[in-house]
Design a protein around this ligand. Structure first.
Ligand code: BEZ
Ligand code: FE
Length: 279
């Protein structure tokens, strides 16, 4: 029988993958095993610390259900989701609009609105006029693209976090016109904390980290012949732009709200050109 040393156990665990019939699974598990073992060696992980880690992951599992996905939040706050997103969009030798995290607040079936509609339904807050143009890589307007948008309120809450969570608020679906343009009215969203009342929140506090995301509006664009783009626009001046709890904010997606008027009321206006990638 082999004597399993620190190095030997890694070789042995890797050898047990030899018969894995799925090449990609074998590649992933080989790397994961190597890195996990190396991590334990590097920090000299103690049995008590290993147990604390297992307890933490168990709690993450227990609090997860069809409404709350604490594992994704863990991945988000560790920067893993943002890393996977960046890797998937590696081929950026051009001007395609960068993607940003989908997050847990997207809902299918948002109400459809005509261009220029107000999606705020009278919600309190500073008025914001959002306009955009959806273009192909070569600058051709993409007409009849579907534009989904969703955002937090002026006090940093999504409809899904409100008592009447079935009602859809501050979200909508638009269609681009012949020039690839869309436009709607809303209120300026505020920065907000990711759900911090569970194990991930405890982890953030233990690490001395805040749970905030900078103020943003989410978008999802779908058009025939183009890859669906999930992205967000981040409002310039937000104090959390450089320390987004989930590493989603990107410089290319920061927009400044310019002074404007919405129905004779002082407002901010943002305008952005979204460039989709052909399939
Ligand atoms: C969001 O922007 O809605 C979000 C993204 C990741 C985690 C939590 C919230
Ligand atoms: Fe969000």
């Amino acid at each position: 029988m082999k004597t399993l040393t620190e190095a030997g156990i890694t070789e042995e665990a890797l050898a047990r993958l030899a018969n894995c019939p799925i090449p990609r699974l074998k590649e992933i598990m080989t790397s994961l095993t190597r890195h996990l073992h190396e991590f334990a060696r590097e920090v000299s992980l103690t049995p008590t610390e290993w147990e604390a880690g297992i307890e933490f992951l168990t709690e993450v599992g227990h609090i997860t259900d069809e409404k709350r996905q604490e594992f994704i939040l863990l991945s988000d706050t560790l920067g893993l989701s943002a890393m996977v997103d960046i890797i998937a969009n590696r081929a950026r030798d051009n001007d395609w609009t960068e993607s940003s995290l989908l997050g847990p607040f997207f809902r299918n079936g948002a109400p459809k609105f005509p261009n220029d509609a107000d999606i705020s339904d009278g919600a309190a807050g500073e008025k914001l006029i959002v306009s955009g143009q959806v273009l192909s890589h070569g600058g051709k307007p993409i007409a009849r693209a579907t534009v989904d948008t969703w955002q937090a309120s002026a006090d940093g809450m999504y409809d899904l976090q409100q008592p009447h969570r079935d009602e859809m608020k501050l979200r909508g679906r638009f269609q681009t016109d012949d020039d690839g343009r869309f436009r709607f009215r809303t209120v300026r969203p505020s920065s907000y904390p990711v759900p911090a009342d569970g194990p991930v929140g405890r982890m953030l506090r233990a690490l001395g980290r805040h749970p905030y995301r900078p103020a943003h509006l989410h978008f999802m664009f779908a058009a025939r012949g183009y890859r669906t783009l999930t992205t967000a626009l981040y409002l310039a001046g937000d104090r959390y732009l450089d320390s987004d709890a989930v590493f989603g904010a990107k410089e290319s997606l920061v927009v400044r709200a310019e002074p404007a008027l919405s129905s004779n009321v002082k407002a901010g206006a943002i305008d952005f050109r979204f460039i989709l990638r052909e399939v």
